[in-house]
Design a protein around this ligand. Structure first.
Ligand code: CP3
Length: 342
């Protein structure tokens, strides 16, 4: 198996910077669209052969150094008694929303057999892949926002109303989601994933004070539980105000968005392994402008103990497969010695 990605997760610098992309499987890819025309997104997630095929597409087409399981952060909610739907162009819908302490009784403990398709997909992939497979979950806080808002949100009013009017019950909700997340990730690890990434897409809506109270303790519990299993990556966009808390997390890799300077992040994260952080929309621009930024990130990323190239968020639907492939080839062919000599 190609081991550049796992080496970098462990703080060892491989001969070239490994690269993969968040949302590397998806609608920007004609091969994905072809399957998507026949099946809706959830059916694709729930059919192991299809989910495995779609997971493999970017490995075959782009030659990236890691695969990420084709699924969604909201999948475990269905195994907790909620209904999850993806309505075209409207994003996800979770029902019924859980907005008060008395509504917590709607939630059931995670029922693993209900999501057995995830573990079956992992098993198929392990037979076919020659690169490591990344499993994932949302952080309990990010998952909570979807379950409270009933889907995506702009202002997170319901989430904040819950936190600040019933903090004790919000903690109860976080306990339930933390247990479910730990179980879910451990089961993915048991099935054979080589690394896991925790997506904390919405933690950045919290003040540092409230991140420390309502988000960080639950992350710490999960990280502790998973310690000495597989490398753990923590992705949290909009981190700038939270850095002092985030750096306390004992994860293997911090995944950054494009709003931070990666050289500064090296200092702020004590030179620990970093992942990131090209603005995904740079990829819509002219090729020389794209590669200029890719090169800068590669060079700046060298100040960390190790660096995994990624985007600062998911691949945008308007991205050209050719441009992504050129970026991967550029990264694989890039030699730091030549920069040092110049
Ligand atoms: O390739 C991969 O990265 C693996 C698969 C993956 C998906 N979603 C597939 C997907 C992963 C890791 C996710 C994570 C996810 N899902 C996050 C965290 C990362 C982030 O973006 O911040 C979040 C917040 C979600 C929730 C979610 N799923 C939303 C808001 C949407 C709708 C937006 C959209 O782009 O349609 C989804 C749908 C979704 N998840 C698609 C895919 C490929 C599009 C489905 C389709 O219509 O084909």
């Amino acid at each position: 198996m190609r081991d550049a990605f796992l080496k970098a997760c462990k703080g060892v610098r491989p001969p070239y910077t490994p690269v993969w992309f968040m949302r590397q499987a998806g609608r920007y890819m004609p091969e994905y669209q072809k399957i998507r025309q026949k099946y809706d997104f959830l059916t694709m997630c729930k059919t192991p052969e299809i989910a495995a095929e779609v997971t493999m597409q970017p490995i075959k087409i782009l030659d990236v150094d890691a695969a990420i399981l084709f699924s969604d952060i909201l999948i475990p909610l269905e195994a907790m008694g909620l209904k999850v739907e993806f309505i075209n162009d409207k994003g996800p819908e979770v029902s019924p929303p859980v907005r008060t302490g008395s509504e917590l009784k709607i939630l059931r403990p995670l029922e693993l057999p209900a999501i057995d398709f995830v573990f079956k997909t992992i098993k198929i992939l392990l037979k076919e892949l020659d690169v490591p497979l990344i499993g994932f979950s949302a952080s309990p806080f990010t998952l909570a926002t979807y379950l409270i808002e009933g889907g995506s949100s702009k202002d997170f009013i319901n989430t904040k109303r819950f936190i600040f009017s019933e903090p004790e019950n919000f903690h109860n909700l976080m306990e339930i989601l933390t247990d479910a997340t730990m179980q879910y990730l451990l089961e993915q690890i048991k099935a054979g994933v080589h690394a896991v990434q925790i997506f904390d897409t919405w933690a950045g809506i919290l003040s540092p004070y409230d991140y420390a109270i309502f988000c960080k303790p639950y992350l710490k519990k999960i990280i502790e539980k998973l310690s000495s299993t597989v490398p753990l990556i923590y992705f949290c966009p909009n981190t700038s105000g939270l850095i002092n808390h985030i750096k306390d997390l004992e994860v293997d890799v911090f995944s950054l968005d494009w709003r931070v300077d990666i050289k500064e992040a090296c200092l702020n994260f004590d030179y620990r392994p970093l992942q990131g952080n090209l603005d995904p929309l740079v990829l819509l621009g002219r090729e020389d402008e794209v590669l200029k930024r890719v090169k800068t990130i590669l060079i700046d990323g060298r100040c960390a103990k190790s660096h995994i190239f990624n985007l600062g968020h998911g691949v945008n639907i308007n991205t050209s497969v050719d441009v992504l492939k050129k970026v991967v080839d550029f990264i694989h062919e890039f030699r730091f010695e030549e920069v040092n000599r110049a």
